[in-house]
Design a protein around this ligand. Sequence first.
Ligand code: T4K
Length: 380
Amino acid sequence: MVNQKPFKRPIYVTKPYLPDLDDFMSALGEIWNNNWLTNNGPVVQRFSQELCNYFETNNICLFTNGTLALQIGLQGMGVSGEVITTPFTFVATTHALFWNKISPVFVDIEPDFYTLDPEKVEAAITPWTTAILAVHVYGHPCKLNELADIAHRHNLKLIYDAAHAFGVNVGSKSIARFGDLSMFSFHATKLYHSIEGGMLAFQDPGLKSTFNYLKNFGFKNEVEVVMPGTNAKMNEMQALMGSMILKHVNEIIEKRKQITLKYREMLESVQGIYLTPELPEDIRYNYAYFPVEVHEKEFGMSRNRLYEKMKEYNIYPRRYFYPLICDFACYQNVSVQDPLTVARRAADRILTLPIYYDLALDDVQKICDIIIEIGSTCRS
Ligand code: T4K
């Protein structure tokens, strides 16, 4: 294997799944006929029911995106004071706290799947702590039992940012059934999407009306505003896209599984490239991302150099999640007690490789051959 050529077209970290264009165009006819575009229209209502069936619960609420869903979730549950959370996530997780005037308390993650470390959570609890906000990062389920136990013993709300976890099951239960509340993102870059979109799933049915008010300016009816809500409604186009893609979600997950298996086969014994361990058998994973750790000394170059070098081959992986949230200028005034050793290492080493529905296995092979070639060239 010598002199790999660059890809002719860019290979991005992800590419949205799209339904057949003719099918989508003819489905749009319903929206045109209805002449109803937003404000809890019939397509949103039907989509909501389809998701209730998918998640086997009526306790869901749809939003225009995941960030506003999480923001409203925290507000509707009355979370305040301090919330213990992870710095190794997309910045929106922390922004949702900020917009609720909640102080984030960053603690470290565990080294296998990069989710919140329960021991660190317990150590960070103060009289002002009201909740834990954990992230199923890359779709890897958090330490569900340990976190539930801590939340129960300390009377804390347990909230999951499940932006990456659509389609993940633990045993026979959807990941949405754990904790008090979970937020799912339906953004175009996610394995399952509605262009933009978000969903809350929750255990307490009483929250539904609060969330419905909060996403629609607080209107109860034409003349009553019961709380100062915002505008975070999903529209009919989003719901149509979401509904059409929902029919293909199992097929999408299966395709990503094949890509993941190919990556694992090709990269498992590459010097300096480390893969996440296999998830426990009772977890049905969604193959949302494909993170690898690049160990500089063994591989021969740093993760950042590999990231830049891959661009020369027209491959655009991403460094999800670098920098850590607490290192962004807007959060540098948050005092961080935990040394965040594992999170810092992960942020410095992880590269998330391209994975999407129509990424051909031959292209996965070529991406891996390029990584192998880059490594062996710089070591020789
Ligand atoms: N919590 C967590 C843990 C999250 O990861 C996210 C979102 C949220 C909360 C908030 O949920 P939302 O409010 O977004 O629903 C992307 C997404 O914008 C963001 O939704 C996602 N996490 C985050 C992990 O990734 P960027 O800045 O990396 O996106 P961008 O535009 O650079 O896109 C990445 C690549 O995808 C591009 O290089 C090319 C490809 N792409 C992208 C788009 C938008 C396409 O091929 N087509 C497209 O339409 O944030």
